[in-house]
Write a protein that binds this ligand. Structure first.
Ligand code: HEC
Length: 173
C-alpha cells in the first residue's frame, strides 16, 4: 500500500509539472510571436514615398538680358524710363528707332560717345543731352545694348563683347 501511495503521489506531481511546463511554453510562445508582429503601415509607408519630379526650369533668358537690365536700371532708366518710352520733349524713346534696332556701330557710338544731335522723331525734339558712357566695360556695353535691342517690344540681334571691343579699337574710345 505504501508503494502504491508513493506512485500516485509522483504521478499526480508529474501531471502538475507537465501542465505547468506546457503552460509556460504557450505563454513564452505568445510573447515571442507578439514581438514579431509587423507594425501596421510600415510597408505602405515605403510605398507612399512619392517620387516627386524636379520642376521644369523656367524658360531661361540669355544672360545678357539679366546683366543688361542691371546696367540699364543703374545708368539709363532715369532718362529713358523703365518702359523705354523716354520723357516727352527731353529724352527719346528707345523703341521704333533705327539707332537702336539698326546698325550696331551706330548704337555703340551713341552709348559710348553720347549724343547731342537734338534728335527728332515724328512727335518731339529732345532737349536733353546724352553724355557718353565709355567708362562702362565692354561687357556692360554689349549687355545693355543687347538688352535695349530686345526689350520694350524691340527685337534685334544682340551685340557681342567682341563687337564692342573691336568698335572701340577702331574708334579709339
Ligand atoms: C541724362 C539722361 C540720359 C541717360 C542717363 C541716358 N540717355 Fe540715352 N539719350 C538721352 C537723350 C537726351 C537722347 C537724345 C540726344 C539727342 O537729342 O541727340 C538720348 C538718346 C539715346 C539713344 C538714341 C535714341 C533714338 O531716338 O534714336 C539711345 C539708343 C540711347 N540714348 C541709349 C541710352 C542708353 C543705353 C543709356 C544707358 C547706358 C542711356 N541712353 C542713358 C538721355 C539719356
Amino acid at each position: 500500500m505504501r508503494k502504491g501511495h508513493l506512485s500516485t503521489y509522483i504521478s499526480k506531481h508529474t501531471v502538475a509539472i507537465f501542465l505547468f511546463g506546457l503552460g509556460l511554453i504557450v505563454l513564452l510562445n505568445s510573447c515571442y510571436s507578439s514581438k514579431k508582429e509587423k507594425k501596421p503601415g510600415s510597408e505602405t509607408e515605403i510605398q507612399t514615398v512619392s517620387k516627386s519630379l524636379p520642376k521644369a526650369p523656367e524658360a531661361a533668358l540669355p544672360p545678357y538680358m539679366a546683366d543688361g537690365r542691371k546696367v540699364y536700371r543703374q545708368v539709363c532708366l532715369t532718362c529713358h524710363q523703365a518702359n523705354g518710352k523716354g520723357v516727352s520733349g527731353l529724352n527719346p524713346p528707345l523703341t521704333q528707332t533705327d539707332n537702336v534696332l539698326g546698325d550696331k556701330n551706330r548704337l555703340l557710338e551713341i552709348i559710348i560717345k553720347g549724343s547731342e544731335a537734338n534728335l527728332k522723331d515724328n512727335t518731339s525734339e529732345y532737349a536733353n543731352v546724352m553724355q557718353g558712357y565709355g567708362m562702362l566695360g565692354d561687357k556692360e556695353i554689349a549687355n545693355v545694348a543687347s538688352y535695349i535691342r530686345n526689350s520694350f517690344g524691340n527685337k534685334a540681334e544682340p551685340i557681342t563683347v567682341e563687337e564692342v571691343t573691336s568698335f572701340r579699337s577702331v574708334n579709339k574710345k
